[in-house]
Design a protein around this ligand. Structure first.
Ligand code: F3S
Length: 782
């Protein structure tokens, strides 16, 4: 239907844009003619109280970034099935009849990739029926959109259905920034943050700095937007984006497809960025139309030109940065000079240009045989990605070639799957021997049952077009070397079955003995006719809240358990804590709360806690998942697993802390990585630095994150040492003001010394740490 943009009283906007417009007018009133980036415009126009947020803690609104505490009112919340369980359990304990803002649930994480789409989906539904029933009943009760298993992966579905330029969304998944490709601000959060927004409380964020990425030029044949972000990850490392929003601009932006921009935003999570965003371009408008949102593209046009002729430039909210906007850091990338990249293994920032990869594989003695190539997922399953791959597969097929490595395809949504089926692309893949997996996360999140004889512990190499490649991420095998690349590179290398093959320069020998070189990939940005909607069984269920629905949880369930509130903070400093374990090296949220088989316990805190830190490296012994029970027997401590020791100490009422190195909690918004230690008795995490989302998640659950003022102090503390806090209680009472120190008593020698530590606790966070958790405070109406 078309919408009227004016009536007799003057011009009109659709309600979302009307709200945005009015808030933006307030922002302009407070900030005057200050030049703003796109991210700032959207973010500040979602403030609960514009004036208070922009003027307090800042120099009269002049240095907002890095200083102001923004209290935001997001437009909606999107949740995936693994994290939605805990978010909904937390929401339920607030006893509200419906969510305060629109929300959706996407059943994508629990389906295992094994034999192919149909079998896997049926098996996944069967094994997870209890969880899907719980999610569906909660969706019905509270009026949340429910996307059943098979409907697609959250980020793809959100991009296709909910993302609109200018919106602000929260997603309970770290790759939620995918929607930044369509000029939204979308931030990955834990369930506790999502619950704040769902109950209608403002959501707090320290105003991020802005990292500008200026794009010029145009990508060459073999290069894709994936290579842009793989290259950027190499430049910035996994910590380089921390505290920043990555905002792309410059003439190169106009050469990219919308889905390509989404891929780059998706993987901004790999550099630790708060989120990423692109301006609204012609490609954005084409994508809205292709996804049957003609009206939305018209609304965006009208909004950008509102209030019409005669108004001053500052009155217009354009979906791009103001001319002359400043960036806290600026990187320039000439797209024409970019080459394909392959990142990994085990970390997304180890970037190697394709031309150097063979040499690196040989020098590093990485496996030369490629065991599998996996394409698609939430990161790279667009029409453009898949048709570019299709062009390669067709050429190889003509030459009589088949992929030498196993080849898997994961469509990001039913819509994209059905469209690729209609247009013959899927048939091309399956004819070539590719295995089509269901529209779900599968191998991207460790849900992959391999039947190719690669046993756990066997060293092997795989290439994926996914976004993340921590050790064990895909198949639970720590010896699987997982490399990230564009779908085109993954596919061409799968044909070679080799990690040393360079499709741009090397040839393959066909069955007839001829030399075959892949021509550069060619694809279509989007389908010639709009996307198919796909099978009705996978359609979204949207409904108003129904208070008569009973949320399905069996009291004997092993997978779902109602939550017990955590204890409040004691009315004094903490004393008598013990160091459970001192962790060496990377400690990601996967390390703290592993995924894969453990995903099935996401809704059952006691059961999932048995995986806590089970891949952490003990700094004192180098062993993985080993801790020593110094309390039970100080002279000959028993060697146990880390979660086992935590469980024992919980039973004994012994509170504890973890000591760790840099970027603790890197990787994802997984709030279980905060909930589980809290449930088992952790009160502090002390490390050299934190990943942003995880640090916030810890505070929400009442665990205090502290960093060493002098990182060298890490060396002075050991497992079993006794720790007390000095000044922590006072700091919390004073709303985050004041210094904190630790008093450490060495287990081995009885020596006592003090360690100065730093914190980032805000006034509101201090309140919920004192209450025991954010939820304790919310459910008390605090
Ligand atoms: Fe995440 Fe991969 Fe699914 S990045 S949303 S697990 S496809």
């Amino acid at each position: 239907s078309t919408r009227a943009y004016s009536n007799s009283t003057g011009p009109l906007l659709p309600p979302t844009y009307e709200r945005l417009y009015n808030k933006y007018a307030e922002v302009r009133r407070v900030l005057g003619t200050q030049r703003l980036t796109l991210a700032e415009k959207i973010l500040y126009s979602h403030l609960d109280n514009v004036e208070e947020s922009l003027l307090s803690n800042t120099n009269n609104g002049r240095d907002i970034r890095g200083n102001a505490n923004l209290k935001l009112r997001p437009d909606r919340v999107n949740m995936q099935d693994a994290s939605a369980q805990m978010a909904l359990l937390q929401f339920m304990s607030c006893n509200l009849p419906k969510t305060a803002i629109p929300a959706s649930i996407h059943c994508d994480h629990l389906i295992v990739g094994e034999r192919g789409a149909d079998d896997d989906l049926a098996a996944g539904v069967k094994t997870n029926q209890e969880v899907f029933d719980f999610l569906e009943s909660a969706a019905k009760k509270y009026g949340i959109d429910f996307w059943p298993p098979g409907a697609g992966i959250i980020h793809q579905t959100v991009l296709e259905n909910y993302a609109l330029p200018g919106l602000m969304m929260l997603g309970t998944d770290s790759h939620s920034p995918n929607a930044g490709g369509l000029s939204t601000i979308t931030i990955g959060v834990g369930g506790a943050d999502a619950v704040e927004a769902l109950v209608g409380a403002p959501w707090e964020l320290k105003a991020p700095k802005i990292l500008g990425v200026k794009l010029t030029g145009r990508l060459n044949d073999w290069v894709s937007p994936k290579d842009l972000i793989l290259h950027l990850a190499g430049l910035l490392t996994v910590r380089g984006g921390t505290g920043y929003i990555v905002e792309y601009f410059g003439p190169g932006v106009d050469t990219l497809s919308l889905t390509g921009m989404a891929t780059a935003c998706n993987m901004g999570a790999e550099i630790g960025a708060t989120t990423s965003i692109f301006p609204y371009t012609e490609a954005s408008s084409r994508y809205l139309k292709a996804t049957r949102r003609e009206q939305a593209s018209r609304d965006a046009e009208v909004f950008q030109n509102f209030p019409g002729a005669g108004a001053t430039e500052d009155a217009f909210f354009r979906f791009r940065a103001d001319e002359g906007a400043q960036y806290d850091q600026l990187i320039e990338i000439d797209l024409s000079k970019l080459e394909p990249h392959i990142n990994g293994p085990f970390t997304p920032d180890l970037a190697t240009p394709l031309s150097q990869f063979k040499k690196t594989v040989q020098e590093e003695r990485w496996p030369e045989k490629l065991s599998a190539g996996l394409i698609g997922s939430c990161t790279n399953s667009s029409y453009e990605d898949m048709t570019r791959v299709e062009s390669l597969v067709r050429e190889a097929e003509k030459a009589g070639l088949k992929p030498k490595a196993d080849f898997y395809i994961t469509p990001g949504s039913e819509q994209i799957r059905a469209t690729l089926e209609r247009d013959g692309t899927l048939e091309t893949f399956t004819k070539a021997g590719g295995v089509l997996l269901s529209n779900a996360c599968g191998p991207c999140i460790g849900q992959w049952k391999r039947h190719d004889g690669v046993e756990k512990g066997t060293r092997n190499a795989i290439l994926t077009s996914y976004n993340r490649n921590f050790r064990g991420r895909n198949d639970g095998n720590p010896e699987t070397m997982n490399f990230l690349a564009s779908p085109e590179i993954v596919t061409a290398m799968a044909y070679a079955g080799s990690t040393t093959f360079n499709p741009m320069t090397d040839t393959l020998t066909t069955p007839s003995g001829a030399e075959f070189r892949f021509p550069p990939p060619r694809g279509l940005e989007g389908p010639r006719t709009p996307f198919e909607q796909g099978k009705q069984a996978f359609a979204v269920a949207s409904q108003p809240p129904d208070p008569t629905v009973r949320v399905a949880i069996s009291p004997s369930s092993e997978r779902l358990a109602l939550l017990e509130p955590f204890d409040p903070f004691p009315q004094s400093d903490l004393a008598g804590l013990r160091v459970l374990v001192k962790v060496a090296g990377k400690c990601t949220t996967d390390t703290i709360s592993a995924a894969g088989p453990w995903l099935k316990y996401k809704g059952h805190l006691p059961n999932i806690s048995a995986n806590t830190l089970n891949t952490a490296v003990n700094a004192e012994t180098g062993e993985v998942n080993v801790a020593y029970d110094y309390l039970a027997s100080p002279s000959s401590p028993e060697k146990v697993t880390i979660p086992e020791l935590a469980r024992r100490w919980k039973e004994r009422g012994q509170p504890w802390l973890v000591v760790a190195e840099h970027n603790y909690g890197e990787g994802s918004a997984r709030e279980h990585a905060a909930l589980q230690p809290r449930y088992l008795g952790a009160r502090l995490i002390v490390c050299k630095s934190f990943a942003r989302i995880h640090e916030t998640n810890l505070k929400k659950q009442g665990v205090v994150p502290l960093t060493f003022a002098d990182p060298a102090d890490y060396e002075r503390i050991a497992a079993g040492d006794e720790v007390a806090t000095l000044g922590l209680y006072e700091m919390l009472q004073r709303g985050g003001e004041g210094d904190v120190r630790l008093e450490v008593t060495k287990r081995a020698t009885g020596e006592v010394f003090e360690v100065p530590v730093k914190h980032t606790v805000s006034q509101d966070q201090a309140k919920f740490i004192l209450a025991g958790s954010a939820l304790n405070l919310l459910s008390r109406g605090g």
